[in-house]
Design a protein. Structure first.
Ligand SMILES: [Zn+2]
Ligand SMILES: [Zn+2]
Length: 327
């Protein structure tokens, strides 16, 4: 999680300070290391996906990915057989609870193992709570937490969740701001407004883009990913940097740096058609141009958070995590 306490104290861990001239540049990304690309939401033939785990690994490797979380519906599994120095499969699952009182209402949550699992595990799970109320959503998140997994709320628009669900539920580290399969099949894959509504009310959450791929073709592959800045491609380091917020989500553009410097928020990115700083309050700023590779915005001191979306000429978006400017 990325924090900056402004005048109330030094920057908390997770935001790096780097002197540049007379000012101090505070990047949200780890100071050292390289970028590792990964998709945290993948289905295989172990649930309703159309490719085997091995086929998924081969396809993502060939596309230049460095890691994958295989998240079959209610099947928690590890894949030590596919972990190499240059590729990592994170042990994971997608679990669900249904709210029978709401048409199509449910909670789907990704559970990514906090610890490495060197042995082969494949465990079918059922939700042990009663279904039908918001309390059950919390019970499911509690089970994910108790299982030693990082919880990420998947596709809240597709799941017919409300802003109040996201605000009131506890124990998750982030939300899918973009889900490729929901976007392409049902146009329910984006939830930026829900997320900003929560951030405005003080909720702290990291932002993820994922594929949630089911098909064997590219309909729902290679559409949303994260890029983690980390020292090495190991389970421990990737998980540590995800939790520290040393990553961004994307459907296309790249972000090279994002942070605070001399009272401003800045971003550096691949050529984009707009660079947008979303804040609360004041109003933030959108910058439109051709081939923009950087942007900045002076903060007023009133803001509680700031995040950035860099949009390329094709409408593809890179999303930073929010920087929280107050406790
Ligand atoms: Zn789902
Ligand atoms: Zn899924």
């Amino acid at each position: 999680m990325v924090w900056y306490n402004g005048s109330r104290g030094p920057a908390a861990p997770g935001i790096m300070e780097r002197k540049r001239g007379k000012t101090v540049k505070q990047s949200v990304f780890a100071r050292e290391g390289g970028w590792y690309k990964g998709n945290l939401h993948t289905h295989t033939t172990l649930s309703d996906g159309k490719q085997t785990p091995g086929e998924r690994v081969a396809a993502y490797k060939a596309r230049g990915y460095d890691f994958l979380a295989i998240t079959d519906h209610n099947v928690y599994a590890s894949y030590p057989e596919y972990c190499r120095e240059d590729f990592l499969v994170l042990p994971a699952v997608e679990r669900d609870a249904v709210d029978a009182s709401v048409p199509c209402g449910c909670l789907h949550v990704l559970g990514i193992s906090r610890e490495d699992v060197p042995e082969k595990v494949e465990k079918r799970l059922t939700f042990s709570g009663a279904l039908g109320t918001d309390g059950d959503y919390q019970a499911l998140l509690d089970q994910v937490e108790a299982a030693g997994q990082l919880a990420i709320i998947a596709h809240p628009v597709w799941s017919r969740m409300t802003i109040d669900h996201l605000l009131n539920l506890r124990g998750y580290i982030g939300i899918e701001i973009y889900n490729a399969t929901c976007d392409r099949r049902w146009y329910t894959g984006k939830c930026d407004y829900m997320i900003d509504s929560c951030l405005r009310k003080g909720k702290k959450a990291l932002l993820f883009a994922t594929d949630d791929c089911h098909a064997a073709d590219d309909l729902d592959r290679f559409g949303g990913w994260i890029q983690v800045k980390a020292k090495s491609l190991t389970h421990g380091e990737i998980l540590r940097q995800i939790q520290a917020g040393s990553f961004y989500a994307s459907t296309g553009p790249e972000i090279y740096d994002f942070g605070l410097e001399d009272g401003k928020v800045y971003v550096e990115c691949s050529p984009c058609a707009s660079v947008n700083f979303i804040t609360y309050e004041q109003l933030g700023r959108g910058i439109v141009g051709e081939g923009l590779t950087e942007g900045s915005h002076r903060l007023t001191g009133q803001e509680t958070f700031v995040r950035c979306e860099c949009v390329d000429k094709y409408g593809k978006i890179a999303y930073t995590n929010p920087i929280f400017l107050r406790g």
